[in-house]
Design a binder for this molecule. Sequence first.
Ligand code: CP
Ligand code: NVA
Length: 304
Amino acid sequence: MKHLTTLYDLTPSDLMDILQRAADLKALFKKGERPPLLQGRVLAQLFEKPSLRTRNSFEAAMIHLGGSGIFLTTAEAGLNGRESLQDIAKVLSSFSDVITMRTFSHSLIEDFAKHSNCPVINGLSDERHPCQALTDLLTIQETLGQLLDVHLVFIGDGNNVAMSLAIASAMAGMKMTLAAPKGFEYSIEFLKELSVRYPKHRVRQVESPTEAVRTADVVYTDVWASMGQEEDAMRRNKAFAGFQVNEKLMKAAPKDARFMHDLPAKRGLEVSDGVMDGPQSIVFQQAENRMHLARGLFAWILGK
Ligand code: CP
Ligand code: NVA
């Protein structure tokens, strides 16, 4: 049985298979075809944090494939101490064909997966957001026509999204640069594990956003304070001043560079309205692709 708690659960060839599956299903979808590959299957979603894209794209994907979805919050699942994690995992997985989870602690998803009798997919933890990174590769592939050697420049916090993008770019042979202020870069442990698993891949880290974007094919950003870091937002807003992706920064990038953001965005902080809504932005194509990627991923993980 396969799980997707981190992209390290996949081989590069698995990753390419999932992208292909998603692209094929998207092409059919655009022709009005929704093959019921997962008829009668049940998706259970257990979320500790809010979600617009992840929760609803997963549920819509399952419905389009002929299945259905159930949704539980932490309290409804009994994750607040009502029952042990192990027992919840055994019971919920006995009703379900696939489970998606969104948590604070990453190890909670890993522990849950150990006791689950069906595949478990990470829909974001404090450390990883693998489905977002897979979607981003799908979006880059369809926009630029390739992944190999594409230069992805992430401006901002070396957070869950940035870490999953670094792993994804290593797996796909892309180049990646992180421009972050001191104290918000990738941790040494993260970089060490990445270089052990993908020795040929180098993530560049710089402090100057302007220098970083000079050879960018894609300029990417995310919120400065992630879910769970709300109380630290003031300090972060100060630390990241100068890291906004705005028209001036995009002028320092090649003319045909694209702008991406996983959303939700804090307009006026990490990104200006002009860039979000401007001609280089592919953020809404990216958001729509969450659903297409989810269909490819469910079909792949359930062997269809
Ligand atoms: N990008 C993303 O995961 O969005 P949600 O938090 O709305 O799911
Ligand atoms: N880094 C953000 C991503 C939201 C999709 C967070 O964890 O809140």
